[in-house]
Design a protein around this ligand. Structure first.
Ligand code: AOS
Ligand code: ZN
Ligand code: ZN
Length: 388
């Protein structure tokens, strides 16, 4: 049986990175619902992230998005983070919101537009230098809507050239995390639609390019944990954008739609040694909170990732190996299901108490009156960027 002290130590050491855009107003293309007290600038987004970290103890890193989090002085922003016990995480680029990008960015047929897109990516690396961030997270909205619209292979060539220029600019401790997404906003072809395309580009680029798995970016029924196991084995799993989906890229709270899938993913991560900090896997959230209170929702999501991780850590590896060796399919499956069926909430409550935290982080933030206080202080909060 797994050693509970070791399970607790692994849970205490896990780091979950929260997204700056999860703290701002967001919505769908139909409506952005403004909430009272949302941050007015990137500094206040960090203040909200600090509350999540203070309550959970495992969320010290915050992903930024450029230009949504553009500031004059990134070193000052990093210092603000540090004062609050945080550090700045992945820098997310944006090559999808300008009119110039109607036909794509790094895959655009016009070299002038490609130049603009690559310059933005290089600017993101400059920002990483200033903030101390090590990860450049790239998601491209590039694709086409109609057969014949553009040359599919030609677009891959342009993508490869653009990525190579950015890769060459990376410092020794910096890496590219390349994200894939099945479709949207393009509906016929997407230039990085799946893990295989992302992996092929990363392989060509070199060891500082890895794939990031956004759990919302697959066709229904895709076995995401298989992708995770394969990329991990190849040393090309850079991290996750955790969120939940019911239909497409829904960006709902991680672990809300399919906690069993999250458990299966974490089981493969642990089996492949990916929970060790040395593996360099980033456990990021990529979500928006359109109708629910944002800080409590981020806390809930962090807790959901912790619960899936705890259950996966409770898998009896010896019993599983024995069942597999003897070809006992039912016993092997039962080992996994037993771990999944375990109520790990008491264990996590105990761990938090040992760390001097409130055992119930959501109740603690609600009880603190912080939501009401920031609502009174912050007037005219900013939109996250999505739905803008
Ligand atoms: C878009 O669908 C991707 O999930 C991106 O990872 C992400 O939402 C974006 O980079 C936010 O800045
Ligand atoms: Zn994502
Ligand atoms: Zn997405």
């Amino acid at each position: 049986m797994p050693d509970i002290a070791a399970v607790k130590a692994a849970l205490a050491a896990q780091r979950i990175e929260t997204p700056s855009w999860g703290y701002g107003n967001s919505g769908t293309r139909f409506k952005v619902f403004a909430q009272p007290g949302v941050p007015r600038d990137p500094y206040e987004k960090l203040d909200d992230a600090a509350e999540v970290h203070a309550r959970t103890g495992v969320a010290p890193k915050v992903s930024l998005h450029i230009p949504w989090d553009r500031v004059d002085d990134y070193a000052a922003l990093a210092a603000h983070a540090k004062e609050r016990g945080l550090e700045l995480g992945a820098i997310n680029s944006n090559t999808f919101q300008d009119d110039d990008y109607r036909l794509g960015s790094v895959c655009h047929p016009d070299p002038k537009v490609r130049r603009k897109a690559v310059d933005h990516l290089l600017e993101c690396v400059d920002i990483m230098d200033a903030t101390g961030s090590t990860d450049l997270k790239l998601w491209f909205a590039d694709g086409t809507n109609y057969p014949g619209q553009d040359d599919i292979a030609g677009r891959q060539e342009r993508l490869a050239e653009s990525l190579a220029e950015v890769y060459a600019r990376l410092g020794d401790d910096q890496r590219i995390l390349l994200e894939y997404k099945l479709f949207e906003p393009a509906f016929y072809t997407t230039d990085v639609p799946d893990w295989g395309t992302a992996y092929a580009h990363c392989l060509k680029l070199g060891p500082k390019a890895q794939v990031v798995v956004d759990t919302g970016h697959h066709a229904p029924g895709t076995n995401i944990e298989f992708i995770v196991a394969l990329l991990l084995r190849e040393g090309r799993l850079g991290g996750f954008d955790f969120n939940s989906r019911f239909y497409a890229d829904d960006d709902l709270m991680a672990g809300a739609a399919d906690p069993f899938q999250l458990f299966r993913i974490m089981h493969e991560v642990i089996a492949g040694g990916g929970l060790d900090a040395a593996a360099g896997i980033s456990f990021m959230l990529d979500q928006c909170h359109n109708v629910e209170a944002k800080v409590p929702a981020v806390i809930r999501s962090v807790m959901n990732v912790q619960e899936a991780t705890a259950k996966a850590l409770l898998v009896d590896a010896d019993a599983l190996a024995a069942a597999r060796r003897s070809g006992d399919v039912l016993a092997a499956n039962a080992v996994l299901m037993d771990a999944y069926a375990t109520d790990v909430r008491p264990l996590l409550r105990e761990l938090r108490e040992e760390q001097g935290l409130d055992p119930d982080p959501v109740a603690a933030t609600l009880r603190s009156g912080r939501l009401e206080r920031v609502a009174a202080e912050r007037v005219g909060g900013a939109q996250a960027g999505w739905g803008a």
